[in-house]
Write a protein that binds this ligand. Structure first.
Ligand code: ZN
Length: 193
């Protein structure tokens, strides 16, 4: 499994003392890298400060814990669609979509849905950015493909096409690699992928 794609949900109890986190109170979150990907910690700031640790976090940040809300406001529908698309893409784990995933995350950050918590340059020169959903608290570890400025517009159009439903995930994934005359094969490719 590729480690570039990782979603970790925020916990609702402290990872250290196991007592509930308090709505709208500060929380310390951390990611620990392990063989399978990342392990996430959400802790009372006091617990994080006082508990002993023999490991270094991959990433660590201060946030605010929001208890889950059952009823969502209707006006948030459009933005949630974008968030749902990101979750779907992360779960699909398709390397052909890495540019779309990254640009979508940046767009969500600009709309204040996500906040960038950290960025880590990897030994191979790539960058992994840690984004957190401000409300739900889910963490997304996303590969920054270091897009050239002139390519960003094209990817943004793909994101908009996905959000508006004018293109399917399979169609967009096919655009990245397929030769120009292979349009007829895209649907088949998407099904076997
Ligand atoms: Zn605690």
């Amino acid at each position: 499994m590729s480690q570039e794609w990782n979603i970790r949900s925020r916990g609702h109890v402290c990872s250290i003392c196991q007592k509930p986190l308090v709505d709208r109170a500060p929380v310390v979150s951390a990611l620990r890298e392990n063989a399978g990907g990342y392990e996430r910690f959400d802790c009372h700031p006091e617990c994080w400060k006082t508990a002993g640790r023999d490991w270094e976090p991959f990433s660590q940040w201060d946030g605010v814990y929001f208890a889950p809300v059952k009823e969502e406001k209707k006006e948030a529908l459009k933005k949630e669609d974008a968030g749902e698309l990101l979750r779907k893409l992360m779960t699909l784990d398709d390397p052909a979509m890495k540019n779309v995933v990254y640009v979508l995350a940046v767009m969500l950050e600009r709309s204040k849905i996500l906040v960038e918590r950290d960025s880590k340059e990897q030994p191979d020169g790539s960058i992994r950015r840690v984004y957190e959903d401000r409300r739900q608290g889910d963490t997304f570890v996303i590969l920054d493909p270091r897009l050239r400025l002139e390519n960003i517009g094209e990817v943004q159009q793909q994101v908009v096409a996905l959000l508006s439903g004018t293109k399917t995930l399979g169609e967009v994934a096919g655009e990245g690699d397929a030769p120009p005359d292979a349009e007829g094969d895209e649907a088949a490719d998407a099904e076997t992928a």
